[in-house]
Design a protein around this ligand. Sequence first.
Ligand SMILES: NC(=O)c1ccc[n+]([C@@H]2O[C@H](COP(=O)([O-])OP(=O)(O)OC[C@H]3O[C@@H](n4cnc5c(N)ncnc54)[C@H](O)[C@@H]3O)[C@@H](O)[C@H]2O)c1
Length: 302
Amino acid sequence: MGDLSGKVAIVTGAGRGLGREEAIQLARQGARVVINDIGIPAAKEAAEEAVAEIKGFGGEAIAVYGDCADTNDAQNLFKTTLEKFGDLNIMVNNAGFCRDKTIFTMSDEEFDSVVRVHLRGHFVNMRNATAYWREKAKAGGPVYGRLISTSSEAMLFGSAGQPNYAAAKAGITAMTMGAAQLMIKYGITCNVIMPRARTDMTNQGATAAMFAKPEEGFDVFSPANVAPLVGYLASPEAGHISGEVFIVWGPRVTVVQRPTIDTHYDNPKGGKWDVADLHQSLSGYFTKDHTPVLDGFSVPPQ
Ligand SMILES: NC(=O)c1ccc[n+]([C@@H]2O[C@H](COP(=O)([O-])OP(=O)(O)OC[C@H]3O[C@@H](n4cnc5c(N)ncnc54)[C@H](O)[C@@H]3O)[C@@H](O)[C@H]2O)c1
């Protein structure tokens, strides 16, 4: 079950946090793993340690440094993977960072840098992987491809303190669902995870206490709890699961329903609406008692 022997995986941002656990999980299932992380000394050291840990249990891994959102670095990551391991089968986009501010205080740089690392970081690596798999399929050869993207629950209800991050994660989800539609005919799956875990990213401010390690018992927010789902989605057994979104943490995996249509209103007079008719029709749904929703919780109308 979950055997990935002979398969080759890239995990971006895999020196630390969730990416590291995911890389180790894939290696334990038999995949040869390429650990990507940014080329700064601390990240390089972490990536080397992850490679050593994998080699320690008899797995195969290399580290390739570079910015996940840079076209040339992503190309180098992809080419080095093919040169060293001869194939690419599993592309896990995971790398990223946060620059949290409210919408009224966020700078252009804070917005651009977070959208770049997450959304563009997913895009360039998804493009390389999907183009490679498509070419292989068109050439008639066997192709095994699994794309796993990392989004966040921050995009589900809007995360008021993270407009840059929530927007990037929404973009990632939409982009992955689109890729799933295109790739399923080649037998390639594309799925999205929304994890929760105690990592450098969450180990700050109020979140740190929320995700703290319990003194005893099951460590609900250990990043190791997320990795098995990545291992499963990468496996042959999950070949029929694509275009799906999963929340994953602790002992729970939640399958997220796509946004679905609730109800339709057609103009009772036919043709183009006017404002008064819209008000008349929509007031049946949005009654005076209707409360706007904020971050999953109802708030009184302003
Ligand atoms: N931790 C959570 O609760 C949580 C929740 C939702 C989503 N996520 C997502 O999970 C992913 C992993 O986050 P984490 O919590 O493990 O954080 P983390 O900070 O522990 O790990 C992020 C890794 O990405 C690397 N990285 C940063 N910028 C990079 C770049 N330009 N190129 C290559 N590598 C880069 C970092 O060096 C680090 O190793 C992120 O996409 C994050 O948004 C995490």
